[in-house]
Design a protein around this ligand. Sequence first.
Ligand code: CA
Ligand code: CA
Length: 190
Amino acid sequence: MIEDIDSNVKLTLSKSQSIFDVVQRLEPKVDKIDSKVMDIDLRTRIIRTIQRVDKQDYHISDVHNDRVYVYSKQEVAFELKKENDKCELMGGYLLELDDEAEKLYTLDLAKKIGGDARFALGGNDVATEGTWVYYHSKKPVPSDVQWLPGEPNNHAAGENCMAFRMTHNGLNDFPCGQNARFICELPLAP
Ligand SMILES: [Ca+2]
Ligand SMILES: [Ca+2]
């Protein structure tokens, strides 16, 4: 590509046209190359992001809003730190829903991937009962993110972790430490 430009420049200059003509002639070519470079950059970032994911252990989503979502295939006794560390090794963190749209996208995928399996996220009210924040960013769970009706209810001995309850297709609080699969959010690598 670079050689092409180079020969184009020489050819054009040899015709001794004005600089303005040269620029005008090359502009569409440069635009085309620019968009190719951006395309290659995106592909590279996707590859860099997903090559850290062990495909034996995780399902990977398509690219969505400049990130991919990774769903564990196995259930674990879900602990925020332990599972978030696994996400960090892949360059991400336990899923943080920024809005209802992100919930619907990740919930829909959870259904397709895991059926009725429980999938845990990064939300929790461990520090202050009833105040829901995300483990990685410490940001509050936005109020437009909808829980299932009647949830979070801090049932029985207490429920301080957040999961998709797939039998009811929505968000529920459940006891940290119980069995769940989990979801990591991986922003595309720089
Ligand atoms: Ca709670
Ligand atoms: Ca609950």
